[in-house]
Design a protein around this ligand. Structure first.
Ligand SMILES: Cc1cc2nc3c(=O)[nH]c(=O)nc-3n(C[C@H](O)[C@H](O)[C@H](O)COP(=O)(O)OP(=O)(O)OC[C@H]3O[C@@H](n4cnc5c(N)ncnc54)[C@H](O)[C@@H]3O)c2cc1C
Length: 395
């Protein structure tokens, strides 16, 4: 390959990032808060907490500590801290298996999107509550027949006096039955097959609006996290148009960059990995070489994924859009999570027990039952690999 060709290849992983030394104190503070909370039985470690651990009082306690809305400017109730400071707090919460679902979407992507595209009134109306851990959001993208091919959404908004009327159905909406609002991606112009990404817009829909119906879709566990959300001629005032009419595709793509790149894509099952190591070291008779190699391979890949994910966080902090690297972290990370589940099933002779209060059997049961969603949510791995291939000029 000539040097000219090499120079045009896109970077797959941004430059490595060293966490500044000062962040060790922040990490220690979060760990001691989590230890205190666990010792007081305020929550129990679980797998996949950012989907299933809905605990509003825990979110409020994090808000009081200043650990939500960390990168939101202080004038909007946030804390004006860096993305790397937020990263440290986030990874500690996930690694501990703490119940973070209530504030997760609002803190991860709605805050940054409101700062980028929201009106001043929208920022003041929602950001302080997000930073306090009191205002919760969902994601209103997918529809029946529109998941990977998001540009095919059919929910439609029609212009009326003072606002818009929405009709259609969103699906797989995590947490909509508890959330206050979501951004709905909808068609504001008839679909034009030559320009499929045009004519889409986002609306900030408050989920208690008349005409919004939220129906549960039970998970494999039987638990209720997902929903179908129907709009029957729902009135959305002009003040709740999000961003620019017609700019929905660009806005949603920006939101997805935040959605895909975080440590949740490889730490959802960390509590199970940690419990697996605990069970193995507690077992009498020692651990055989094959088991040691398997666990060693998981732990070393965890370090690599973390380095990649931190590099993405560093790039986001300096204003880059590391779309390919984020897609890679999600693809490698979510497949890695499934391998943790497999290793836990095979290496420890304790059957999964969804009825157990805590411990290995419960963590394993939760992880097994949630695993089918790991590679789907946030965009399927096949689609992400397509993004990487396109970015590398392969398609
Ligand atoms: C746990 C979980 C939580 C979710 N939460 C939300 C939420 O809160 N809000 C929300 O809006 N959505 C949510 N989703 C939906 C999720 O974003 C979609 O399921 C996902 O985008 C895939 O869309 P689909 O299910 O329609 O699959 P389809 O698009 O029908 O895909 C089916 C299969 O075809 C493959 N495929 C499709 N197109 C291509 C292609 N171009 N190249 C190669 N393969 C392809 C896919 O990879 C997949 O294997 C959630 C999903 C899960 C599992």
């Amino acid at each position: 390959m000539t040097s000219t060709a090499a120079a045009t290849l896109p970077e797959l992983v941004p430059d490595p990032v060293e966490l500044p030394a000062g962040l060790a104190d922040l990490r220690a503070e979060v760990r001691s808060f989590l230890d205190e909370e666990r010792d007081a039985d305020r929550w129990t470690p679980r797998a996949d907490v950012w989907l299933s651990g809905w605990d509003e009082s825990f979110s409020r306690r994090l808000g009081e500590r200043g650990w939500l809305g960390m990168t939101i400017p202080t004038e909007y109730g946030g804390h004006g801290r860096t993305a790397l400071e937020r990263y440290v707090v986030t990874e500690e919460l996930l690694a501990a298996g703490a119940p973070v679902a209530a504030h997760w979407i609002a803190d991860r992507q709605i805050g940054p999107s409101l700062l980028r595209h929201g009106t001043e009134e929208q920022r003041r109306a929602f950001l302080p509550g997000i930073a306090r851990g009191e205002v919760y959001f969902g994601i209103g993208m997918s529809e029946p027949d529109s998941g990977s091919d998001l540009a095919s959404v059919r929910t439609r908004a029609t212009r009326v006096d003072g606002g818009w009327r929405l009709s259609g159905t969103k699906v797989w909406t995590s947490g909509a039955h508890h959330a206050h609002a979501f951004f709905a991606l909808v068609r504001t112009e008839p679909r034009d097959d030559a320009h499929r990404h045009a004519g889409l817009s986002q609306f900030l829909v408050e989920l208690d609006s008349p005409g919004v119906e939220i129906r549960p879709i039970p998970l494999l566990t039987g638990a209720h996290h997902f929903n179908e959300v129907r709009f029957d001629d729902v009135f959305i005032p002009d003040s709740r148009v999000f961003g620019e009419i017609g700019n929905g595709w660009a806005q949603v793509t920006g939101e997805l960059a935040f959605e895909r790149s975080g440590p949740e894509r490889f730490l959802s099952t960390y509590p199970l990995l940690s419990s697996l190591v605990g069970e193995l070291t507690a077992a009498s008779g020692g651990v055989d070489t094959g088991t040691r190699r398997r666990v060693g391979s998981l732990v070393s890949r965890l370090w690599t994924l973390r380095a990649m994910s931190l590099a993405v966080a560093g790039a986001l902090e300096s204003g880059e859009a590391p779309e390919l690297a984020a897609a890679l972290v999600k693809d490698l990370g979510t497949r890695f999570e499934n391998e943790i589940v497999d290793a836990a099933r095979l290496l420890v002779d304790i059957p999964p027990d969804p009825g157990a209060e805590s411990g290995f059997a419960r963590l394993l049961a939760d992880a097994v039952l949630h695993a089918p969603g790991f590679t789907l949510r946030g965009g399927t791995n096949e689609v992400l690999r397509g993004i990487v291939a396109r970015g590398m000029g392969l398609r």
